[in-house]
Design a protein. Structure first.
Ligand code: AMP
Ligand code: GLY
Length: 436
């Protein structure tokens, strides 16, 4: 198979690396990728077509006779890349434009969850600020979460500890329009307390295969302090999972969501990423994403014992059940190991504290830097310029280490991180800390 990966971050570098490791894949293309990916993958074809250039991507896939396309970013999915590729008889893993609303519209996702009986935080929907403000006044709880309905550059969720904060959030979003004029639909959700876990299932509209769990660290600084980011590091599997939790999540989250989506005329194919909270009252869904997680993918893929390529192809073909029957297992085989992934970010990242994200810093690897068989280096915001690696994005790079025990994986990941240097580098020192 010739495979095309769409996107340019650490997630896509991990996908390119993983998919290139099986004999069933002859060549991997990435669009647009980044010029540093070739440092670890010299054979990778990095093609400069934007992840938002639908016709450019179609032309690339047709010209290169791509057999299977895997999409990273949600924006590409919600633009309708899957519909376009399928109309042109190209095999692609991912949800249709309609089904992508599970991520792009909080209200759509809530409605499906409610109808399918999937446990989630209680919520109310608002189309004007004054009604939302009145609701806040009468709410029995001080704590609540204000969420924009549409995609809002990752800034559309405001966790409020007081009614005052909730009022400010509603006013700035709906009256002052700080995230844009198009924000005219919000939901206000019950605040949930507990441990957050990301869980992943590969779906084909009818059937699914559970891919694993991971715990992301979304805040910039140690101890879950500082602003929200795209994710500063992750460990897998989620250590708070008890024996029956995977089965429970499959039966009470993924299975009813697939039926619910089908019933709504939006059959879900692709990666279903459930953001879950383990609360005192059990598991609840915080959100769904319709794609691989970043940085979760950077640890989930290295933990697979077998290649995901045949599973992805089966998902795109609607043949997950057939593959499961053939192989005699419900999911790809996993290594008996744990993994820790640590992200290094640029000075100023995530750019929400009044400092701009600084790009162009030179990245140095100490002479003692050496990757072992259980270590993986992924470039996210990096470019190669005159023979030097330079920072080119907020999240710059990440290192994954695997080991029998999570504590050893953590130690190894941090040993490697300590040998990578660039001015202004930021990273958390507590990814996976205190976990066994
Ligand atoms: P979302 O984009 O919906 O995942 O929200 C981003 C982050 O906000 C989540 O990862 C949680 O940390 C937090 N969050 C979202 N919804 C809730 C909720 N109902 N209660 C508490 N925290 C939440
Ligand atoms: N790690 C969270 C996300 O991919 O959205």
């Amino acid at each position: 198979m010739k495979v095309l990966v769409i996107g340019n971050g650490g997630r896509e570098h991990a996908l390119c690396h993983h998919l290139g490791q099986t004999t069933s894949v002859s060549q991997v293309f990435v669009a647009p990728g980044n010029s540093a990916m070739n440092e670890t993958l010299p054979e990778l074809q990095v093609v400069s077509v934007s992840a938002m250039d639908m016709n450019g991507l179609l032309e690339l896939a047709l010209n290169e006779k791509i057999d299977l396309t895997v999409v990273g970013p949600e924006a590409t999915l919600s633009e309708g890349i899957v519909d376009l590729f399928q109309e042109n008889n190209l095999l692609i893993v991912g949800p249709s434009k309609t089904a992508s609303q599970l991520e792009t519209s909080k209200a759509f996702a809530k409605k499906i969850m409610m109808d399918a009986g999937v446990p989630t935080a209680g919520y109310s929907e608002f189309f004007d600020a004054d009604t939302a403000l009145k609701y806040i006044e009468t709410s029995p709880s001080e704590k609540m979460v204000v969420k924009c309905d549409g995609l809002a550059q990752g800034k559309g969720v405001v966790v409020c500890m007081t009614k005052y904060e909730a009022r400010i959030a509603v006013i700035s979003l709906m009256k002052e329009k700080i995230l844009g004029e198009n924000i005219d639909h919000i939901i206000i959700e019950e605040f949930l307390e507990g441990t957050e876990v990301s869980a992943f299932a590969l779906c084909d509209g009818e059937s699914f295969s559970f891919l694993g769990t991971a715990c992301d660290h979304k805040r910039l600084r140690d101890g879950d302090l500082g602003p929200n980011t795209g994710g500063m590091g992750v460990f897998s599997p989620a250590s708070c999972l008890e024996t029956n939790d995977e089965k429970w999540i499959n039966e009470n989250v993924f299975a009813p969501m697939l039926s619910g989506m089908k019933k709504a005329g939006a059959s879900f194919s692709g990666i279903l990423f459930a953001g879950l909270m383990k609360t005192k009252l059990g598991w609840k869904v915080l959100e769904f994403n319709v794609r691989f997680g970043d940085p979760e993918t950077q640890v989930l893929l290295p933990l697979l014992e077998e290649n995901l390529a045949p599973w992805l192809k089966a998902a795109a073909n609607g043949e997950i059940k057939k593959l499961q029957d053939e192989l005699g297992r419900l999911s790809p085989a996993k290594k008996d190991k744990s993994g820790v992934h640590v992200v290094m970010a640029a000075h100023g990242y995530p750019g929400t504290e009044g400092v701009k994200v600084r790009l162009g810093d030179t990245i140095h690897f100490l002479n003692t830097f050496e990757l072992g068989a259980n270590d993986y280096l992924y470039f996210a915001g990096v470019e190669k310029n005159n023979g030097q690696l330079k920072t080119k994005g907020g999240r710059v790079l990440g290192i994954t280490s695997l080991a029998k025990k999570l504590t050893l994986a953590r130690q190894s990941a941090y040993e490697h991180i300590s040998k990578v240097q660039f001015d202004g580098a930021q990273f958390r020192t507590d990814i996976g800390k205190g976990q066994v």
